[in-house]
Ligand binder design. Sequence first.
Ligand SMILES: NC(=O)c1ccc[n+]([C@@H]2O[C@H](COP(=O)([O-])OP(=O)(O)OC[C@H]3O[C@@H](n4cnc5c(N)ncnc54)[C@H](O)[C@@H]3O)[C@@H](O)[C@H]2O)c1
Length: 284
Amino acid sequence: MSYNLLKGKRGIIFGALDHDSIAWKVAEKAHEEGAIFTLSNTPLALRFGEINELAEKTSSEVIMADATNVDELNTVISKSMEILGGKIDFILHSIGMSMNVRKGKKYDNLNYDFYHKTIDVSAMSFHKMLQVARKLDAISDWGSVVALTYVAAQRTLFRYNDMADAKAMLESIARSFGYIYGRDKKIRVNTISQSPTITTAGKGVKGIDNLIDFTERMSPLGNASAEECADYCVVMFSDLTKKVTMQNLYHDGGFSSMGMSWRAMKMYNKSIEQAVEEGFDFDD
Ligand SMILES: NC(=O)c1ccc[n+]([C@@H]2O[C@H](COP(=O)([O-])OP(=O)(O)OC[C@H]3O[C@@H](n4cnc5c(N)ncnc54)[C@H](O)[C@@H]3O)[C@@H](O)[C@H]2O)c1
């Protein structure tokens, strides 16, 4: 159902790769809610992803950019204003990548070139985006910028690796830039902390299926889907959340406030019984 929440709004959506991408769902919902926007992703994503299909479906133009490259971000933001006919009302940063995760490099044996790249792609690109937009005076007063993050920024979840550090930095950038942009232009900057979700990036985290089962059992409302995340993004882009800024907003069915649930404990007890039967060495 559409509420016309984004009628007349112009946006830029970074990070739609394929049908599973959270940014893909955001683009579909933003279109349904009346927004016009451009889509941006890397040349590689354009070659291997399905973004042109999304562009057609949402009547948007695609502008290629590596989000770590300031000149290219400049082009995306300036061209978007030209194409859409005015300043931008909302931006989605839905970008993440770690070569250390991809290559199975553990946290106590990181490759530092990869680590640097993780931080640049997954966190610093957000600062670059905001700084370029501010220098171009590209965002309308009361505009809204959202980046997607994960609870591993606050709590250690094994295998999330150097992405946890990148997400902590991303959330900090939202607060630091949120102050400046809020003070000067009434522009909101927030992060949404999403449940684990099966996407190309999500699948990069080994054991995500088990993690999804665990968080589902732990969360009183269950895991949040990509579509539900898109709904939340739309609300954050709308005028209904004008005074929300500098926040890390959990969208995780309650997981982040839980210690242990009955459903997870039952599963844990069952695994212990099975492990004892199998002669599992608990000191391992
Ligand atoms: N999937 C999950 O479990 C989950 C949970 C919480 C948060 N998130 C976050 O949601 C966001 C979107 O991820 P997703 O799960 O939809 O996966 P996805 O793989 O569909 O999206 C990641 C996107 O990042 C883009 N990207 C990578 N390097 C880039 C670069 N240099 N410049 C521009 N774009 C680049 C990719 O092309 C891709 O479109 C990420 O920030 C991710 O960390 C995902």
